[in-house]
Design a protein. Structure first.
Length: 155
């Protein structure tokens, strides 16, 4: 069962060390159940205090109900940068209430403030609900236009 939140009073702010338990829970909801609080603490430490990396949380009162992580990547072939949402997850109990929309809009504003001219979000094909959400907020699936290749690196 969900709970009611007022998105007009939703607090969007940079993640803090005290948010780690909620961030770990949200990471599990995103599909990474083996992430531990120690690992999330290390990642948050790496991402904190940098202009090119940002972790935002959406909080309703004391309850963290969403997280978004933004990486700013400079273009090499032209001026400017582009933003990449590397993680976006909203507590399952609050999905459909506008948390994701508010959190993503704040992430886009942060990207604009950092000189980004475009945004990218990648998503596994199985996440059809997420894809519908991304389309509803103006993102376009460009897989017919641009291929994305991935390679696992091992030492």
């Amino acid at each position: 069962m969900g709970f009611v939140i007022d998105t007009s009073t939703l607090d969007i702010r940079p993640a803090e060390p005290a948010d780690v338990p909620a961030l770990t829970r949200l990471t599990h909801e995103l599909g990474y159940p083996s992430s531990t609080e120690d690992e999330v603490t290390g990642r948050l430490t790496t991402w904190t205090g940098r202009d090119d990396l940002l972790v935002l949380v959406a909080a309703s009162g004391e309850q963290v109900v969403g997280v978004a992580a933004l990486a700013v990547i400079p273009y090499f072939e032209r001026p400017g940068s582009w933003g990449r949402v590397v993680a976006l997850v909203v507590d399952a109990r609050t999905r459909g209430l506008g948390v994701g929309r508010t959190l993503l809009a704040a992430t886009e504003q942060a990207a604009l403030a950092r000189g980004c001219t475009n945004m990218e979000i990648s998503s596994a094909r199985r996440r059809v609900d997420a894809h519908a959400f991304y389309r509803s907020v103006g993102y376009v699936d460009r897989c017919d236009y641009s291929a994305k290749f991935f390679k696992e690196l091992t030492t």
